[in-house]
Ligand binder design. Structure first.
Ligand code: MTE
Ligand code: MO
Length: 459
């Protein structure tokens, strides 16, 4: 067991059932999240323990296929523990032949396997100004795994979709916390019928781990991670896009560019589909590493291909084309390498990818309220060791601390705030977002809590 395990991570349903009067009801049983954190590389960045939101420091992304212990985790709700023996995936809705698939049923169907890069649409959010609310992913909510399973198309053909079916709705075994909405997503039927869309039961040659959707998840290749629903229990053929907050409110971007800081009417936004062209320098990330004289990293472009990567070693004044690696697959990132002679003094490195449609990473962020698809060129300064890990500490004492314990800690631990920075207005908006998910606070509590958070976690 690791040091950083905290008592607060073992808050239980008992505590929640107490209706927010959280007596220190602690059970010393491990939560699935405790087991996830133990299974991950010790350098992983824990944005929140429970729900489990864990980022990979980019220097650990140094292989074409990301090992599972270095693969990021993004979960909106508590991680479900699924019993494979009784588990079924129901296929129902607008179809003629409803199914209840067992794992054996799936294993008996023709298998397919493909390396696919998965990236959270919120990856890069920490670089937007003003800072959007939400988990402050830096650059490492991305990884590439070999996913093995069956074609979704094969399952839908067996289920015999009716012509009226236009969207397929995916729900997993995770359910809403308090009033928080269940994580349910739909994908248009055309994407579901593409032969590359997989119902995956294996990741890198082994059964899916709990964190990544055991026993079955969707892999919607090239699309933002949220379209790849984990812990699948029902697949429903429907006439319409699913009407729920994870389709209609979150994971949407403006249809046209907006000024940073602008509020955008939801009707001027669309659901995010493909990821954007992007690259990340994995090495060097420090002056010491730079002495090896090799710059390398990965580039990807969602449904498109990354076809060119340029590298700058002078802060963006001049650019040189990098070599691309031989490992490739339609929806997987591509390694790039550039040999150089590092100067004695530290400098600023950049990489800039271009995709098969001619899109190139921008130098300035295309700001959007949700902080999605952040793909600006990243300046990697070699001056200092880059340690992006938030320092995990306890919440400081103060008037807001009791309110926190009473109203916030019933659903998540304090690690969610340690790397967020907002002024009073920002914290107030975040608290209101939490009220929307069921947090119980009086008007006075809200003011006190926002002031307390702004004092300790200011911009
Ligand atoms: N059931 C369920 N599926 C989910 C999520 C979730 O919270 N619940 N998170 C989604 C998001 S936003 C992302 S980015 C990916 C992350 O997959 P990973 O945790 O295996 O990296 O899973 C997606 N599938
Ligand atoms: Mo995501």
């Amino acid at each position: 067991m690791r040091e950083r395990q905290s008592f607060s991570s073992r808050r239980t349903w008992l505590g929640m059932a107490a209706g927010g009067l959280l007596a220190p009801a602690r059970i010393f049983a491990k939560t699935p999240e405790d087991a996830i954190i133990e299974s991950k590389h010790p350098k992983m960045i824990v944005h929140s323990r429970r729900p489990a939101n864990i980022e990979t420091p980019v220097e650990l992304l140094d292989a074409w296929i990301t090992p599972v212990d270095r693969f990021y985790v993004r979960s909106h709700l508590y991680t479900p523990a699924v019993d494979a023996a009784t588990w079924r995936c129901e296929v129902r809705g607008l179809l003629d032949n409803p199914l209840a698939l067992t794992l054996d049923d799936l294993r008996n169907m023709p298998a397919v396997e493909a390396p696919v890069t998965l990236e959270c649409a919120g990856n890069g959010r920490a670089a937007f100004r003003p800072r959007p609310l939400g988990t402050q992913w830096v650059r490492g909510a991305v990884g590439t795994a070999r996913w093995r399973g069956v074609r979704l198309r094969d399952v839908l053909e067996r289920a015999r979709l009716k012509p009226a079916a236009k969207h397929i709705v995916f729900d997993g075994a995770d359910t809403g916390i308090m009033k928080a909405a269940d994580f349910i997503r739909s994908v248009p039927v055309e994407k579901c019928l593409q032969p590359d869309t997989i119902l995956a039961y294996q990741m890198n040659g082994k059964p899916l781990e709990t964190a990544h959707g055991f026993p079955l998840r969707l892999i919607t290749p090239g699309w933002e991670g949220a379209a790849s629903v984990k812990w699948l229990t029902t697949i429903t053929a429907a006439a319409e896009e699913f009407d729920g907050p994870f389709m209609k409110r979150a994971y949407r971007i403006p249809v046209r560019p907006v000024e940073p800081g602008t509020a955008v009417d939801p009707k001027d936004t669309r659901v995010i589909t493909s990821l954007a062209v992007k690259s990340v320098i994995v090495h060097p990330r420090s002056a010491a590493e730079a002495r090896a004289g090799l710059i390398r990293g990965f580039a990807w472009a969602g449904e498109n291909q990354a076809v060119k990567v340029e590298v700058s070693t002078d802060g963006g004044r001049t650019w040189n084309t990098a070599d691309l690696g031989s490992d490739r697959a339609p929806y997987a990132w591509r390694e790039f390498r550039y040999k150089w002679r590092p100067p004695g003094a530290a400098g600023v490195l950049m990489s800039r990818a271009t995709d098969s449609q001619g899109n190139t990473q921008p130098m300035t962020p295309s700001w959007n309220p949700g902080g999605y698809l952040g793909n600006t060129v990243e300046p990697v300064s070699l001056d200092a060791e880059q340690d992006q890990r938030p320092r995990l500490t306890a919440l400081p004492e103060g008037p807001g601390k009791q309110i926190w314990d009473r109203s916030c800690a019933v659903c998540h631990d304090a690690s969610v705030v340690f790397n967020q920075r907002h002024d009073v207005n920002g914290w107030t908006r975040d608290i209101e977002r939490m009220e929307g998910m069921g947090a119980q606070l009086s008007a006075g509590d809200k003011k006190t809590l926002a002031a307390y958070l702004a004092e300790h976690f200011p911009p």
